[in-house]
Design a protein around this ligand. Structure first.
Ligand code: B4P
Length: 200
């Protein structure tokens, strides 16, 4: 870990791989905030803020919010007090441009990433999960066409992000199939194997 300044993690994976679900468990175990760009955008839409109005349409279509906007939100969020002792970023970076911005933000504060958790799940499984969530939560971006578009964007824009971190040797691959508890145990083991266990 980066000295006494806590652990800094990313969690990436296709929509429906279970990022949000696992992020809460990991963040709780390490006592760090889980920062989900998707949650930040959804909260703004719900509250009808200016940002919410700006991102509403693109999110409903399954597209990516423009890098410039997303980057500035993350830069501001990471300056907050609770993120000084480490953080888990969920759903960011999603484009190579966002990787460069995160590199810049971290370099500015002299911090480094400790690991990137890559949750893996095949397309059939993620489509099944998101279709189920659509019935339970009614998220506007969980319709079949939009789910497909989000998966395409993930392959085109976010897989190259994982390749960058793999090149840096930062990726912890985790099989996202199975129960939530099974996956959580694999995440814990994967981090522990890199010397990043909760009690390490
Ligand atoms: P997100 O909020 O990140 O949405 P997501 O990719 O669908 O992930 P989510 O966390 O909701 O789902 P999860 O896989 O955990 O992004 C939404 C939108 O915001 C994007 O499309 C984009 O428009 C915008 N956005 C966000 N970040 C951006 C960025 N950096 N740049 C540009 N735009 C950005 O889980 C899915 C479901 O699976 C859940 O219902 C869960 O209960 C279920 N599940 C989890 N684990 C399971 C398991 N083991 N078994 C069965 N079901 C499971």
């Amino acid at each position: 870990m980066s000295g006494d300044r806590g652990i800094r993690l990313l969690i990436v994976g296709p929509p429906g791989a279970g990022k949000g679900t696992q992020a809460s468990a990991v963040a709780e175990a390490y006592g760090i905030p889980a920062i989900s760009t998707g949650d930040i955008f959804r909260a703004n839409i719900e509250q009808g803020t200016e940002l919410g109005k700006q991102v509403q349409e693109v999110m409903a279509s399954g597209g990516f919010v423009p890098d410039e906007l997303t980057n500035s939100i993350v830069a501001d969020r990471l300056k907050q007090e609770d993120a000084q002792g480490g953080f888990l970023l969920d759903g960011y970076p999603r484009t190579t441009e966002q990787v460069h911005e995160l590199d810049r933000i971290l370099a500015e504060s002299g911090a480094e990433l400790d690991a990137v958790i890559q949750l893996q799940a095949d397309t059939d499984e993620v489509v099944k999960r998101l279709t189920k969530r659509a019935l339970e939560q009614g998220r506007v971006d969980d319709t079949e066409d939009v789910i497909r578009h989000r998966q395409d964007l993930y392959r085109e824009q976010t897989e190259p992000v994982i390749a960058i971190y793999a090149e840096r040797g930062a990726v912890v691959e985790v099989d996202g199939l199975g129960t939530v508890d099974d996956v959580a145990a694999r995440v814990r083991d994967g981090l522990a194997a890199r010397g990043l266990g909760v009690h390490a």
